[in-house]
Design a protein. Sequence first.
Length: 384
Amino acid sequence: MKFFMKSFFVVLTVLFTATQLSASSGHEDDMTYTDRVMHHIGDANEFHVFGDIHIPLPCILYSKDSGIKFFMSSEFEHGTKVLDGGYVMNHGDVQKIKGASSQFVGKTVSKFDHTEDKEGHAISTAIINGNPVALEKASSLTGMSSFYDFSISKNVFTMILSVVLMFFVFGRVRKGYQNNEGKAPKGIQSFFEVIIVFLRDEVVEPAMGDKYEKYLPFIVSLFFFILFNNLLGLIPFFPGSANVTGNIGVTMALAFIVLLVVNLNGTKDYWGHIFWMPGVPAAVKLILTPVEVIGVFIKPITLMIRLFANITAGHIIILSLVGVIFLLGSNGQSMAGGIGGLAIALPFVFVMNILELFVGFLQAFIFALLSSIYIGQAIEEHHH
């Protein structure tokens, strides 16, 4: 029965993902399959459900020339309408028309074009009333343009959802402890107790020693936040499908938090071993000190890149396997080829889904483990 349910979920995943990637809505009919894959794993201001059906999300935008604008992404009418402030939706991302934009408000966008300049930088233009109009880059954490985007995107929505789920789940666990005091755990309490006790006894305490209790809530919260987002990302339909931990901005924020926790709690011994190592000749210290200082930042950077790269790679591999259906089916023109592609893709996607489920737990564990080790190194008291 369990095997049947897993197989059914994989078939559903393949078919639903293939339908999403092949559906042409708005301006997506001119996108290559590679563009569709990258768009699918990227962030957006709406959830694409099926065909022209989208679940809108709130857009909160600010620029000096037009002030604060608040509206639902559905007002873009799937990217065909220019809104007040000169904002357009280009394949799920909000962009702004360069220069004076008031003349274009309410006009219809017939198409988006994407080219590159001589230096290889992407250039986006919107075709409005038959004329190409230059667009600014979409604003993001890693680079804002002339407007600030505070929208509730897919990734933000999923992070909020994961936090709500964590409050609900661990509220039930806490209630289970209260109701079953002195008794064996059962239900949801018994499932999560094993994980929490494992993190405490095998990860946090060995890495931090007697001070572990202070940091245990942080490590447990970090682990389950990453895990919940990893698992939600494996669900191909709403409210899942967002590639949260495969977003470099999200992993950067998590790594930055770890950086703060490590260095704000560092002891004098920790800083002493970074800036002026005891027992090391002065000439060698001049060489090692810069290396140690760089290492302070390299550690969180490795956390950021490892989580981002592993989760993104898994999503791309699965979507590439689904692409076999389009390749053999000539993008829907050959039914026999499509069925053959489905037969080839299914077993590989089944294996990859099982592997991705394992990777979802593994990457959350590795992030929590390395964070515990880094904190343990910072708070350790040395006795010379």
